[in-house]
Design a protein around this ligand. Structure first.
Ligand code: GLU
Length: 305
């Protein structure tokens, strides 16, 4: 298959959509991004890569970080994880408080904010003060790349304007589902959301998820088969908040979005993909990015369905 030609076609076809959607504006540091950025990268098992657009331009990975922290926690906590976080779609926005109250502080899944905050808390119980550097270390290892860091301005903006996230952590603390100091946990969570990566780097970073937990290039194992299966199935059912069904319907791949406009997606046993375009649809997922992935699976027939 001529992947490069397909990517070039997609780049042309998505152009009319740049007028739609809205850049994330819940924090000032994200509002400033140029709305017409676009990049899409494919990473194959044999090491081949294909890209269009600004493949090396770093952006805020935001909720895509939830994939990495969940992947770190799974081998440590195993089934214990499900005592504190469920594995069902939420059908609610990423930062919803309502459901959490009804469900006694147990988040629906690890890919909504509340669930990711519990995971960060669980990691802090293990790494005690070193959690954020461990998260960065993990992402560098799965990416096979040392050039990854976080954006301090975005992290500061997250903590200055993160009122809802702070409400979430406090509510969960009141239900005893947070063990560590809430300020400490949120400092890590805000930093992990502020990690900056390019589409080329992110597509490389999630390659092991397309290969049952083993990086097909370095041969390092990060998850066992069962853990990789569970993580991918959660990306399929919960990776796009209350638009997860729509993403499965249109794209048909496990994927995870972030409000920075990035989306990672997995084609099992073949490749990993990352697309980035900052304007979001009304559910907080990249509008052009979702369309680009939809075009990709239509043109290549690589949807899992
Ligand atoms: N930093 C964002 C928040 O916690 C992450 C949400 C997202 O990327 O969807 O509000």
């Amino acid at each position: 298959m001529n992947y490069q030609k397909i990517l070039e076609e997609i780049k042309k076809e998505i152009k009319p959509l740049f007028k739609d959607g809205k850049v994330a504006d819940y924090i000032p540091a994200l509002k400033r991004v140029k709305p017409t950025h676009f990049a899409m990268s494919l990473q194959l098992f044999n090491g081949a890569t294909y890209s269009v657009g600004e493949e090396n331009c770093k952006f805020s990975i935001q909720s895509i970080s939830k994939v990495f922290t969940y992947a770190m926690a799974l081998p440590i906590y195993k089934k214990e994880i499900y005592k504190r976080i469920n594995h069902e779609p939420s059908g609610n926005p990423f930062n919803s408080l309502v459901q959490l109250e009804y469900e006694n502080g147990i988040p629906r899944n690890p890919f909504i904010n509340a669930g990711a905050i519990v995971i960060t808390d669980m990691l802090e119980s293990v790494y005690k003060g070193k959690t954020f550097s461990k998260i960065l270390e993990y992402i560098k290892e799965v990416s096979d790349n040392n050039e990854i860091d976080y954006d301090k301005e975005v992290a500061l903006s997250e903590s200055q304007f993160g009122f809802r996230n702070i409400a979430l952590v406090n509510m969960m603390k009141s239900f005893t589902n947070i063990s560590n100091d809430t300020t400490k946990v949120m400092d890590i969570y805000f930093k992990q959301c502020s990690i900056s990566m390019s589409t080329k780097e992110l597509s490389r970073a999630v390659l092991y998820l397309a290969n049952h937990g083993v990086d097909p290039i370095t041969k390092k194992r990060f998850l066992n088969e069962s853990q990789a299966k569970r993580l991918n199935s959660l990306m399929l059912t919960c990776g796009h908040y209350d638009a997860s069904g729509d993403f499965a319907f249109r794209v048909g791949l496990p994927g995870k979005s972030g409000v920075g406009g990035g989306i990672v997606a997995i084609v099992p046993n073949l490749m990993s993909i990352c697309v980035w375009s900052p304007k979001l649809n009304d559910k907080g997922n990249s509008l052009v990015g979702t369309k680009a992935l939809e075009l990709f699976t239509t043109k290549t027939r690589l949807s899992i369905f």
